[in-house]
Design a protein around this ligand. Structure first.
Ligand code: NAD
Length: 304
């Protein structure tokens, strides 16, 4: 008797954020070395206020990666009860220091400090997080400005996976200032048709099923499963959520990876997808900042 077995369905391939971020870091390292021959030494100042354990880890990783690629990093720490005035005074000092090219204030700040006031105190040309309203406006207008690191990293993952993105339909799930909105803007600049779905969308899953590209930035563990996806969709999972399991805690994304990979053609794992790209683009932004500081006028990008 012959047993007839149906072939297992093809699973999506992983989009390897570790490998692609290593490429970005190599590019940055090569540029840093080339600048050193011209006596230019890009520097990144990182400011941490308080002792939030997650922020401590993020800052440590950023400083380590900066050292890896030869970017000079300066670490500033203020106590949890530091006043807003102290934070603003330090930013003013870093703004005025011509040897500092990038300024990053690790968020969140303690509750008594006005986050927006701090972000907007940073000189936009040193704002390597790309959160200053001048950079946000420039991004929307298609001017070359400092652009938020996570969406920039996601774009690189998409280019490496899909090549030209022109004409593709992208759905971004989430509309935060940090991820969702700049992501949608960058996809539009890449000539995608873009939909943004959010907590008030009527049928987010149905809209998502129309997408060639799905970018999930929601902060809800494993919300998006196979039923949200068109066969062959490319899925970028920005979410980082810690969940409890029988054996402890583990990190998961906003996408149900096991379910989604039965329908998608390519997907980022969590961890190892978007996460490493964010730091790589922070360092790339530090280089861009130092370049922008050495040129006079921002160059307009050819976006129609
Ligand atoms: P946020 O809370 O600021 O925004 C979440 C968005 O999701 C909101 O716009 C909301 O409208 C939308 N939303 C909520 N519930 C929804 C639902 N049921 N359906 C559709 N949309 C819904 O979060 P954020 O700062 O954009 O971060 C999102 C996720 O990305 C978080 O898990 C965060 O930890 C992660 N993150 C990762 C990185 C990285 O480097 N990998 C960087 C930034 C954020």
């Amino acid at each position: 008797m012959t047993l007839l077995t149906s072939p297992l369905p093809a699973l999506a391939r992983d989009i390897d954020g570790k490998a692609i971020s290593a490429l970005v870091l190599d590019e940055v390292r090569a540029e840093v070395q080339a600048l050193a021959t011209q006596q230019v030494f890009p520097a990144l100042a990182v400011l941490l206020v308080g002792e939030d354990p997650a922020s401590e880890v993020y800052v440590r990783n950023k400083l380590l990666r900066a050292k890896d690629v030869g970017i000079r990093s300066l670490e500033y720490r203020l106590a949890q009860d530091a006043s807003q005035q102290q934070v603003l005074a330090l930013i003013a000092q870093l703004n005025a220091d011509a040897t500092v090219n990038g300024i990053l204030v690790q968020l969140p700040l303690p509750a008594h400090i006005d986050e927006q006031a701090v972000i907007h105190a940073i000189d936009p040309i040193k704002d390597v997080d790309g959160f200053h309203r001048e950079n946000v406006g420039g991004l929307v207008q298609g001017i070359e400005v400092l652009t938020p690191c996570t969406p920039s990293g996601c774009m690189r993952l998409l280019y490496e996976t899909c090549g030209d993105l022109s004409g593709l339909h992208a759905v971004v799930i989430g509309r935060s200032n940090i991820v969702g909105k700049p992501m949608a803007t960058l996809l539009l600049q890449a000539n995608c048709s873009v939909s943004v779905v959010h907590s008030r969308s009527r049928d987010a899953a149905a809209l998502c099923r129309l997408a060639d590209i799905v970018v999930a930035a929601v902060g809800r563990p494993q919300l998006i499963d196979a039923s949200w996806l068109k066969p062959g969709a490319v899925v970028i999972d920005v979410g980082i959520n810690r969940i409890n399991t029988d054996t402890g805690t583990r990190l998961v994304g906003d996408v149900d990876y096991a379910s989604a990979r039965t329908v998608a053609s390519a997907i980022t794992p969590v961890p190892g997808g978007v996460g490493p790209m964010t730091i790589a683009y922070l360092l790339k932004n530090t280089l861009i900042a130092s370049q922008l500081q050495r040129t006079t006028l921002p160059r307009a990008l050819a976006v129609i």
